[in-house]
Design a protein around this ligand. Structure first.
Ligand code: TMP
Length: 215
């Protein structure tokens, strides 16, 4: 059977500890001979990285934020994600649209119906069998209580606009992730991120082995 592209996103509140596991997964896929594109949102292209600096640095209302995030996503999809998937690569994407539902939707209280509309508008692609809405094949959600995430982040770096939010914001973001998972349970692997790093890695690896993607 021909090798298929794989699109995997990684989610969680700030401080949940995604990064080291994304790097380790890239190495694990490469060890199996796969070509890996590691990327992030907001960002991943020159234009989207410029938008990221505004989104993370500048004050703006929730609708402006949502529109900029989706503008960055459109460019990222067209320039990086879709071409990589067409080459049958593994795309490891640090955050995707679930983050918009969690942060702008649940966290900031922006209208979820509008987000659903934007998701469909921005992510619709043409395939051989007609149009479809591009979404990850798997979303790894690093689930961590907001107070523990805050302890981990404390003093590590100057917080950006989101990292500086209070615990109540991150509780709403967490609830937002839960709602997204409940709406698409088969797409999600929920990982208990409140464990030593090696145990988290074991659980992450197991999720990929269950899919048959890693040995
Ligand atoms: P990062 O620090 O994990 O790279 O994430 C960047 C920040 O941007 C993080 O605080 C979450 C936020 N964000 C949104 O608010 N909406 C989005 O759609 C995305 C992708 C990220």
């Amino acid at each position: 059977m021909a090798i298929q592209g794989l699109f995997i996103s990684f989610e969680g509140i700030d401080g949940a500890g995604k990064s080291t596991h994304i790097d380790a997964l890239a190495r694990a896929f490469e060890a199996q001979g796969r070509v890996v594109t590691t990327t992030r949102e907001p960002g991943g292209t020159l234009l989207a990285e410029k938008l990221r600096a505004m989104i993370l640095g500048d004050a703006m209302d929730a609708m402006t934020e949502a529109l900029l995030v989706f503008a960055a996503r459109r460019d990222h999809l067209q320039q990086v994600i879709e071409p990589a998937l067409a080459r049958a690569e593994v795309v490891l994407c640090d955050r995707f649209t679930d983050a918009t539902f969690a942060y702008q939707g649940s966290g900031r209280g922006f209208d979820l119906k509008t987000l659903l509309f934007l998701e469909r508008l921005v992510q619709t692609q043409q395939g051989p069998a007609g149009d479809f809405v591009r979404n990850p094949d798997l979303t790894v959600w690093f689930d961590l209580a907001p107070d523990i995430a805050a302890q981990r982040l404390a003093g590590t770096r100057v917080p950006d606009k989101f990292e500086a939010q209070p615990a109540a914001f991150f509780q709403r973001v967490s609830d937002g992730y839960l709602q997204r998972m409940q709406a698409a349970p088969n797409r999600f692997a929920r990982i208990n991120a409140d464990q030593p790093r090696e145990s988290v890695w074991r659980d992450v690896l197991a999720a990929f082995q269950r899919q048959g993607w890693l040995a």
